[in-house]
Design a protein around this ligand. Structure first.
Ligand SMILES: [Zn+2]
Length: 134
């Protein structure tokens, strides 16, 4: 939602996680108290809060993330890839007719081909984002 390049690591090997984070210059966010940096370059942030919305607030307070309006909703919520704007006519027949009539701009995920638009769902999420960042 916030436009951050994010991976959910499902593996159990802490060494591969740290190795991947180093190679891709990623920050590790974790609730695991046993996961500790192995070198000064490792950035491991321990999250204390339980609820996702509180966790986002926590990361804002710790200055790990910030709100960049131009980055909001620029990635596929499923694949994490940056969306591409597509010509309006390409969305015809692939989105509900009333959406096609209402909307001028459409965006597509290059991987799953899901089409996004600035719809009510996004307005709702935009409100949520604004609440989080105050
Ligand atoms: Zn996708």
């Amino acid at each position: 939602m916030l436009g951050y390049d994010t991976i959910y690591y499902r593996g159990e090997n802490a060494y591969s996680l740290i190795k991947m984070a180093r190679e891709e210059s990623r920050v590790i966010l974790t609730r695991n108290t046993k996961l500790l940096p192995k070198s000064p370059e490792d950035r491991i942030i321990r999250i204390i809060e339980n609820k996702p919305s509180h966790q986002v607030r926590e990361l804002i307070q710790k200055k790990i993330i910030s709100l960049k309006e131009e980055d909001l909703f620029t990635r596929c919520l499923l694949c994490n890839l940056l969306l591409n704007e597509i010509p309006r006519e390409e969305a015809e027949g692939k989105v509900p007719d009333f959406i096609f009539c209402q909307q001028r701009e459409f965006f597509q995920c290059p991987q799953c081909l899901r089409i996004y638009w600035k719809g009510s769902h996004q307005d709702h999420m935009q409100k949520k984002v604004e609440e989080l960042f105050g």
